[in-house]
Design a protein around this ligand. Structure first.
Ligand code: IDP
Ligand code: MG
Length: 153
């Protein structure tokens, strides 16, 4: 069954002209883009996105960072997309992330780590609802989907 995940191309990633690189990686992996919104996140919404981190020492800085400049918010769909997208992003801090991952290839920072990805089915549903109404998510079939999943045999 196809799963959906919320990915945010964070302010540093837009400012560093890397949005296309990140979208390209997910496209080439075979994920299906079902929603996208280019926007500047308000401080209030940033607090909601990162509510689980409230009270931690980096929380205020994180809220300020996420709301400081535009982001690209997307919903990607695929079987097991939540875990796959997180693996492709790599470890949280750029200096820990393996080469070959997004954070490993493009970042060395702790907080400025280019992308956000939902970490569970529950958080994906909650995060998608923060940014998209149901009618803003587009349902369609990718013509190569049978080839991606090997369901022609
Ligand atoms: P994740 O993005 O890999 O899921 P989380 O632990 O959920 O990582 O943290 C959310 C975001 O908060 C991170 O992506 C990063 O931007 C920021 N962050 C986490 N820990 C630190 C820290 O110790 N210092 C500064 N920023 C942090
Ligand atoms: Mg997280």
């Amino acid at each position: 069954m196809a799963e959906r995940t919320l990915v945010i191309i964070k302010p540093d990633c837009i400012q560093r002209h890397l949005a296309g690189e990140i979208i390209g990686r997910f496209e080439k992996k075979g994920f299906k883009l079902v929603a996208a919104k280019f926007m500047q996140i308000s401080e209030e919404l940033a607090r909601q996105v990162y509510a689980v981190h409230q009270g931690k020492p980096f929380f205020e800085g994180l809220v300020k960072f996420l709301s400081s400049a535009p982001v690209l918010v997307m919903v990607w769909e695929a079987e097991a997309v939540i875990d796959m997208a997180r693996k492709m992003m790599g470890a949280t801090f750029g200096y820990d992330a393996e080469p070959g991952t997004i954070r490993g290839d493009f970042g060395c920072s702790k907080g400025y780590n280019l992308v956000h990805g939902s970490d569970s089915a529950e958080s994906a549903e909650q995060e998608i609802n923060l940014f998209f109404r149901p009618d803003e998510i587009v349902d369609y079939k990718l013509t190569d989907s049978d080839w991606l999943y090997g369901k022609n045999d």
